[in-house]
Design a protein around this ligand. Structure first.
Ligand code: THU
Length: 129
């Protein structure tokens, strides 16, 4: 899949976001090393702390289907700013894919690319245990 197609899938997921509280939709599309793509959206809850981010939705869907080897993750938002992943999502990405490429999109569809290691320097992983 091209980067453009992956970003398109993340953007399509904005419409699936369950966001009655924040009204802030996020969509994600995660590409596995074998080319499989898992998508996700944010899913909020009246008990706010139970909200799950779009990125973790996609990652947990993938892991629960037997995929753990991820190469790229596109994250879409509708804001002027690029939609960057929260700290918890960065940590979950680090668990499975320290070399992940993270593509952050703004509402215009413009992309900014990061290496996960730039977003989470000195990230905690199994090597510290
Ligand atoms: N959100 C995500 O889905 N991903 C992030 O990395 C940042 C935050 C969601 C959670 C919540 O539903 C809304 O954005 C506002 O915080």
């Amino acid at each position: 899949m091209t980067e453009k197609e992956l970003c398109q899938k993340a953007t399509e997921m904005l419409d699936m976001a369950y966001i009655p509280y924040s009204r802030f939709p996020v969509g994600a599309a995660l590409e596995c090393s074998d080319g499989t793509v898992y998508t996700g959206c944010n899913i909020e809850n009246a008990a706010y702390g139970l909200t799950i981010c779009a990125e973790r939705t996609a990652i947990f869907k993938a892991v629960s289907e037997g995929h753990r080897d991820f190469v790229r993750l596109a994250i879409a938002g509708r804001s002027e700013d690029y939609c960057v992943p929260c700290g918890s999502c960065r940590q979950v990405m680090m668990e499975f894919a320290p070399e992940l490429e993270v593509i952050c999109l703004n509402g215009k569809g413009e992309a900014k690319r990061f290496a996960l290691r730039e977003l989470l320097p000195y990230g905690f992983d199994r090597s510290w245990l």
